[in-house]
Design a protein around this ligand. Structure first.
Ligand code: SAH
Length: 244
């Protein structure tokens, strides 16, 4: 009986892979993967393991999600150990839920292997804690993919007035719209924020600024990158620990 593992690959640093993810990767008959922050993971596989790339290039899906679901299912019919590998955590903007539901409907057994999400670990490698006593009592992880100017937005922008930390994933191309929108709903222009690119890897870069100047400062920063907005960003002065 075949089993599909919907597996988080972590944010990039290979040592942030979980032991469970490592085990199923070494046992895999086939790995179905996205563009990974660390392709070295694919070198851990056993001889004869097959590879199927279904990732995104420059934000464009190579395959629509429906087809990815079907690729996973078809591989489950052929192989015993199918590893569907995703960056970070499979359930944090990873569409792992859709893949699990598709398999469930077809009677295929699957397991979820959570991964270390970039939303928390990438700020940590930049010396920015997502919560901090007296500074931020909560944090939100928000899609930056949706344009803030979209009519009938699903994002409650008016709730972002507080000092809770906001992490935007997939938002670099909307950075200017996001920062303008946050100023529009009442955050000051000098409110701290940062853009962190290729976090936890040797190519990590961190741009610290304010809502008013981050667009200019972060120009040309490579993807993948996330945006973090909050007073916690100022803690980087004391907590920046990651030097290559
Ligand atoms: N499931 C993933 C997120 C998928 S959405 C997770 O839990 O981390 C993809 C987005 O994640 C990217 O657009 C970027 O905003 C962020 N991201 C992923 N890896 C990153 C990295 N190493 N550095 C900075 N941002 C990263």
């Amino acid at each position: 009986m075949s089993r599909v593992y919907l597996t988080g690959a972590g944010p990039g640093d290979i040592e942030l892979l979980t032991m469970k993810a490592h085990r199923v990767i070494t046992e895999a008959d086939v790995i179905i993967y996205d563009r990974l922050a660390n392709p070295e993971i694919l070198e851990m596989t056993k001889d004869g393991c097959e590879f199927v790339y279904v990732g995104k290039e420059d934000g464009r899906h190579t395959l629509p999600q429906e087809e990815i679901n079907e690729v996973i299912y078809q591989n489950a019919l052929k192989h015993n150990v199918v590893v569907r590998l995703k960056g970070g955590d499979p359930f944090v903007f990873g569409r792992g839920g859709e893949e699990g539901a598709y398999l469930h409907e077809r009677g295929v057994k699957f397991e979820i292997i959570p991964g270390i999400t970039s939303a928390v670990s990438v700020p940590a490698y930049a010396g920015i804690p997502v919560t901090h006593r007296g500074i931020a009592v909560s944090f939100r992880v928000v899609t930056g993919h949706e344009s803030p100017n979209k009519k009938e937005s699903q994002i409650a922008w008016e709730n972002f007035k507080t000092d809770d930390t906001i992490v935007f994933l997939m938002g670099l191309h909307n950075l200017s719209k996001i920062s303008s929108k946050l100023i529009e709903v009442g955050k000051p222009e000098d409110y701290p924020c940062a853009v962190i690119s290729r976090g936890t890897t040797k190519d990590q870069s961190v741009v610290v600024g304010t809502l008013g100047d981050i667009v200019q400062k972060a120009e040309g920063v490579p993807t993948p990158a996330l945006i973090i907005v909050g007073k916690v960003v100022t803690l980087r002065k004391q907590l920046d620990w990651f030097h290559h």
